[in-house]
Design a protein around this ligand. Structure first.
Ligand SMILES: [Zn+2]
Length: 442
């Protein structure tokens, strides 16, 4: 066999570039993989060195509070003494939150995370991130010496990952099309999972029937909630999107939270080391740092938004509901002091095996975040007070001063079809009132 030296052969430069890209990708993978293993071994060292002595930070036993605080008190900065759940309703809420809090733990599997990265076009994502972070850096420098770029490199990595995930990887499923004739289907209820569906973690299967009478084929839509299975199915509604995407954020090395909302929405938060705060990310909407998307943007009322990570739990409702008089739904699942207790309980559980330093660092982070969340409430009160100024009263104008996050939120959903969006009442502000407790599962 002879090698051709003709024009069809790629030039040496091209070969080098391709080879370089491949080598770089492999290096990224190895760096991330090594980092994960290091994190893991340092954790297990910590837990081994931790003494088996009884915990000195055991559950506080506060005096029972007689009168339950009013709803929304957590949205208004009333300090609370944590109170263990006692009534059946609070206990149910506790069990549910504990069970939800397990979601981010399922991603903490170094082997599977390495494996997951194999489906991600890392070269493309890292080069987009590099480019964007250089632009942000240049923008900051043009504003003057000492100005900080809006986002750091790792933030840009997650942003690039989000664009790729939404535009070329995952697809939205409303009613799955007929597998035989591709006609639209009609939902006919739920079906029991088949053994192979169950083996891959689907406990619920939605059943659809082809809308063509002479076809009548049934289409199954198993709701997988294993992020690693979703890498293969690559489709779903916001639950599947947020699950799979959050896992991939973890795979590229970010700290990540899974945010559960009682009004049937779910999204991601990623920790920005550059900004030292958690950032809202909704991959379905390709939304980055737009926490007011659901309220000011879609006109939804939210009651609870709870963030879970591998190392904690936090009631982050105040980040998403800045104007409680307009956008908060009733918080009636448990007294606020009980919710506070449950959050502390989950946090302690997650941090049980950590070293003192790590715990201390996370507590500092919680305190910073609490301050951030309190600021939102104070800003909102200040705004509602300051919008009533003498000039406005004299001229008969009463207009609110905008929260900087509010402008970003004034747009409707971008994903899902129109009917589905209407049924959820999420077309953006000013839509006639719809039942926010929508009929569709996540
Ligand atoms: Zn059909």
């Amino acid at each position: 066999m002879e090698h051709s030296h003709g024009a069809s052969r790629p030039s040496a430069a091209n070969v080098d570039a391709t080879q370089l890209a491949t080598e770089l990708t492999e290096r990224f993978r190895q760096v991330l993989s090594t980092k994960r293993l290091n994190d893991l071994s340092s954790r297990s060292v910590q837990s081994r060195s931790a003494s088996p002595a009884p915990r000195d930070f055991g559950t506080p036993q506060p005096p029972p509070v007689q009168n339950a605080p009013p709803s929304y008190s957590s949205l208004r900065n009333i300090p609370l003494v944590p109170e263990p759940p006692q009534d059946a309703r609070s206990l149910r809420f506790k069990n549910m939150l504990h069970s939800l809090s397990n979601m981010p733990l399922r991603w903490e599997n170094p082997g599977l995370l390495d494996e997951a990265l194999r489906v991600v076009p890392l070269e493309q994502i890292y080069s987009e991130a590099e480019e964007e972070s250089q632009i942000l850096q240049a923008e900051a420098e043009s504003l003057g010496a000492g100005k900080k770029a809006a986002w750091g490199y790792q933030d840009c990595v997650v942003r690039a990952l989000m664009r790729w995930f939404k535009r070329s990887f995952f697809s939205w499923v409303n009613n799955p099309p007929c597998g035989r004739c591709y006609s639209p289907t009609i939902g006919v209820g739920m079906a029991a999972p088949l053994p192979d569906e169950q083996a891959r973690g689907a406990n619920q299967v939605e059943l659809y029937k082809c809308s063509l009478d002479h076809c009548g084929t049934y289409e199954r839509y198993p709701r997988y909630n294993d992020a690693f299975v979703l890498l293969q199915t690559r489709r779903g509604r916001c639950g599947e999107w947020a699950n799979c995407f959050s896992m991939l954020c973890r795979a590229v090395g970010s700290r990540v939270r899974w945010v559960w909302n009682a009004e049937d929405q779910v999204w991601t938060e990623v920790y920005s080391v550059h900004r030292k705060r958690w950032v809202h990310v909704d991959v379905c909407e390709e939304a980055w740092d737009k926490p007011l998307l659901y309220t000011q943007g879609w006109g939804k009322k939210l009651s609870y938004c709870i963030a879970f990570s591998a190392d904690g739990a936090m009631d982050v409702t105040r980040r998403y509901v800045r104007d409680p008089t307009k956008y908060s739904a009733e918080r009636s699942r448990a007294p606020e002091a009980v919710l506070h207790h449950i959050m502390t309980e989950i946090r302690n559980m997650r941090r049980n095996n950590m070293g003192k330093q790590e715990k201390f660092r996370l507590e500092g982070e919680d305190m910073r975040e609490d301050r951030e969340l309190r600021t939102y409430v104070i800003t909102s009160i200040a705004q509602s007070v300051s919008k009533i100024n003498a000039d406005d009263i004299i001229n008969g104008r009463l207009s609110a001063r905008a929260d900087p996050d509010a402008q970003k939120a004034l747009e409707g959903r971008t994903n899902g079809n129109a009917q589905w969006i209407r049924s959820r009442g999420e077309q953006g502000r000013g839509t006639p009132g719809q039942d926010p407790h929508n009929q569709h599962p996540r």
